[in-house]
Design a protein around this ligand. Sequence first.
Ligand SMILES: *Cc1c(COP(=O)(O)O)cnc(C)c1O
Length: 371
Amino acid sequence: MRDETKILRATLTPVKAGEPLHAGPVFAGPFHAPGDPTDTYSYARSHNPTWTALEAAIALLESGPGHEAQVRVFGSGMAACAAVFGAVLRPGDVVVLPSNAYFMARVLVQDYFVAMGVTLRMAPAGAAQAELMEGARLLWLETPSNPTMEICDIAALCEAAHEAGVLVAVDNTTATPLAQKPLSFGADFSVASDAKSMSGHSDLLLGHVAVKDAGLLAKIDRWRTMTGGIVGPMEAWLALRSLATLPLRLERSAANALALATFLDARREVESVLYPGLKTHPGHAIAAGQMRYFGPVLCFTLRDKAAAETFLTRAKLVTEATSFGGVTTTAERRARWGSDDVPGGFIRMSAGCEAIEDLLEDLEQALEAID
Ligand SMILES: *Cc1c(COP(=O)(O)O)cnc(C)c1O
């Protein structure tokens, strides 16, 4: 079965006469649990049937030929990242991060794990990271990276890491496991914020960790139960419902992103465009080899802050907001946060599912308003 069919079927509840096709969320604190503990549901910080259904659906996407993924969902992408760092890193361990890793992940390691005796090594994403691997415990990858859209070769880095006895985690948020399956390329952990394309409606926070190894799964599960970074059943249910349309949403938004990137690339107001689907992107060949869709996120640079603000104010179909992967097009001037090393006119845009003609017309009139 293809992923599109698998994921649709996975959002259905097993059929039973007189029951709905999609069972509702299960709201519970404690579950009825008589006698000695068994493996049934007992307390909702440890497990919940709505999570189980969502985890099974995500696991189908994370699995590949020859390996079956197991998934644990968390209350946000950061809770999922923290679970990998927390379950794996101990004082004296070395972790290798890309220097442009998602800002919060970098700060989490710096402010907490380094403070507790973990050594952090950083290098630009890709081969430079491989050079820092000796004696390391964990290699962290992010491809395409947010927001600078760097691409690294997951399979090559996993091979080098495993030769050196290093575990590999991939932050797969921008791609989603429909577009890119890190575990299939050898990664030990596939981590994501599912607040982005996975759930896709800009209405919830969620994250997950996927693994192949039972020992690593036990560590991630234990971390979640102990730290309690859990997702509510309503959000888990909304995410499960939204996953059914992931293939449709991703196909459309990635096609729109490519059309917008191509259009912007040809405009005199635009200094540069970053989208891995463009043949001119330095990571295009690698991305094409490991991604099924290039995703909804594209970045471009206008002359300066003022030009970017004019563009964002004038564009009617582009909602100014952080985050990405929603069904409607959003964008922001990324330098406003001061956290990423990008110029003042740098815009990160997330293409939605609108008719492309409308988006192109809107972007054109917004660019023309820049003087
Ligand atoms: C958004 C994001 C996260 C954090 O996810 P939250 O759900 O916001 O906690 C981590 N990594 C990347 C690449 C992201 O884009």
